[in-house]
Design a protein around this ligand. Structure first.
Ligand code: GTP
Ligand code: MG
Length: 292
């Protein structure tokens, strides 16, 4: 009998959740950044292998909300936890995290799904540190999402935990999100790479137009920032920085859509959008009515 189900990857910011989703699906779907809070949405990745189909949900890192965007991110992560058949609680091998996922997520009730503690970035430990951690956490999975070490064993383990079920999606499907969504994420990722530390939280990318049937594919995108001073930084002297971001983002988008692309990239100020519910909704970030 085939197996199929939802595997939600959750944990603190920056522990490697998105890197793991990309590794498991075998495609660069979810954006990755050395800066925390890069993922803001639930990202769906599908892996069909032999008679097992996993629907992986990458989630925003769990943190105490400081403003409405954080509330939306947290609600998204909690909803993905509620949907899960299996939860991977990802932690960074270098952090001494004893807290349960229920604690980190501030859940009042235990999770319905089984939780596999997954210790990532184990490539950054020495052999002796790894052995010591293995002894203290005998039931944890040890992996490196970056190198792939331990990931096959982890997949075997979670496959056996999924319910018997027919496949939920066609075998060649790798996500349920639109190309347009991923294009916006790739542009935001590129901007994160090229900008200084104070900016990442203030960036949002909106795709205003996407003409897929044209050659080159025409995409008009806007990078929104929160203040005029940030706009000046993103544009750079004589427009140099936004041109660099656009050039690099176009390269990534072309690889993703498999066609030449004309990327028309703009920078605009949407004052304090992270705290503005209608702006958040416009970008697809939904603040829960009832705050948990
Ligand atoms: N050395 C090492 N680095 C890793 C590993 N996995 C992820 N990283 C790095 O850790 C950083 C964060 O990775 P992400 O995948 O963006 O982490 P995340 O948990 O999705 O982060 P948020 O979405 O911001 O919560 C990036 O610089 C990755 O390259 C790993 O196994 N080993
Ligand atoms: Mg992420």
């Amino acid at each position: 009998m085939p197996r199929a189900g939802i595997v939600t990857v959750a944990g603190a910011p920056n522990v490697g959740k998105s890197t793991l989703l990309n590794r498991i699906v075998g495609e660069k779907l979810s954006i990755v950044s050395p800066k925390p809070q890069s993922t803001r949405d639930r990202i769906v990745g599908i892996r069909t292998h032999a008679d097992v189909q996993m629907i992986l949900l990458d989630t925003p890192g769990l943190l105490d909300p400081e403003y409405p965007l954080h509330e939306a991110m947290r609600a998204t992560a909690l909803a993905a936890l509620r949907e899960a058949d299996v939860v991977l609680h990802l932690v960074d091998a270098r952090h001494n995290e004893a807290a349960s996922l229920e604690n980190i997520a501030g859940l009042r009730q235990p999770l319905g799904a089984p939780v596999v503690l997954t210790i990532n970035k184990s490539d950054l430990l020495s052999a002796s540190e790894r052995d010591r951690l293995r002894r203290t956490r005998p039931d944890a999975a040890f992996i490196s999402a970056l190198s792939g070490a331990g990931v096959d064993e982890l997949l075997d383990r979670i496959s056996a935990m999924l319910p018997t079920s027919p496949f939920l999606y066609p075998e060649d499907e790798i996500s349920t999100q639109s190309v347009r969504f991923f294009v916006g994420e790739l542009i935001r990722e590129t901007a994160l790479e090229q900008l200084a530390d104070e900016l990442p939280y203030s960036l949002a990318c909106e795709i205003e137009e996407f003409r897929e049937t044209e050659s080159p594919v025409y995409i008009r995108a806007v990078l929104h920032v929160e203040r005029e001073s940030q706009k000046r930084i993103v544009i750079g002297a004589g427009g140099a920085r936004v041109r660099d971001i656009g050039r690099e983002a176009r390269r990534k988008v072309e690889a993703f859509v498999g066609a030449p692309v004309y990327l028309d990239l703009w920078v605009k100020v949407l004052r304090n959008w992270r705290r503005n519910e209608s702006a958040l909704n416009r970008f697809g970030y939904h603040v829960p009515e009832e705050r948990s």
